[in-house]
Design a protein around this ligand. Sequence first.
Ligand code: TXA
Ligand code: MG
Length: 328
Amino acid sequence: MTERLPPTPDAIAHAADLLRRGELVAFGTETVYGLGADATNADAVARVFAAKGRPHFNPLIAHYPSAEAAFADVAPSDAARILAAAFWPGPLTMVLPRRAECPVALITGAGLDTLAVRVPSHADAHALLTATGRAVAAPSANRSGRVSPTTAEHVLDGLDGRIAAIIDSGACPVGVESTVIDLSGPHPVLLRPGGITLEALEAAIGPVRRGAPIADESKPLLAPGMMASHYAPNLPVRLNAVSVAADEALLSFGPKLPGAGAEFVLSASGDLVEAAARLFDGLRSFDAIAGLRGIAVMPIPLEGLGLAINDRLSRAAAPRDDSKTIFC
Ligand code: TXA
Ligand code: MG
């Protein structure tokens, strides 16, 4: 059963407690309802993808109570500081480079070197984020392929029984998602139009390029190579491995194959949520090890979160034109 909570201080403290314990809590913001999880807890974030039924690991937005808290996790450019002063708290999301010490789990940003950060203006969201004391990952609280919810009823239509609680803040005042701007590259790029207009952004920081539309969350975020910050492991990836060589690394799922030169356990018990939570750490874990010629990945079932895991792995395994080719 999903608990339906009023936006009172006691209920918000309870919701924050649920988040800190790794549970999923939907909450109202000024734009749309978000499906929240502790962004530093990879397992909780993996369950967000499972609850939404997302077939791909699209990166999620990390929500903070203040610009100061957000900029402790990502490195702001000058333009980012200007936009934060002008539009935060409010319906603007900025994509910025993660700091080395950023505690947000890699799965929150789908393994990217960047992280989308936002400081909502809604009083209930602000109270929840303050009480939680950690970054909260929150995609729109709809099942994948459905429109974003702007009332608690919309959320419960799709997610009742799949999440621990919802804070009912009534109807969302803005009703469209936040504007997403990528400030991690040499030029600001608008990734999603939303609550803050392009004109308002350009008045503050000058010209903003239009990026590829990313409105449809049921599709992968970007085609291979569209984003410079995208991460692919240094080593070639081989899928559905039934044996492994001594100069290969093994990403194991279930009882592991013998004989690998290095290994990372995605899930010893064959649990897809655990494997999803560990996937991006696993892909990075072999970069620093010398003498390996590739990564062998054991078969992962094509069901539930296995769809998203296999989608991400097949991108990592796709042939590369040259060493600079990048994959999402
Ligand atoms: O208004 C909103 O932004 C709502 C509320 C809950 O805050 N959230 C929301 O989240 O709409 P979601 O996950 O439905 O949409 C986030 C968008 C996605 O299209 C995602 O691809 C993009 O932001 N995004 C997130 N992180 C990114 C990154 N590091 N680089 C590029 N795009 C990113
Ligand atoms: Mg969405």
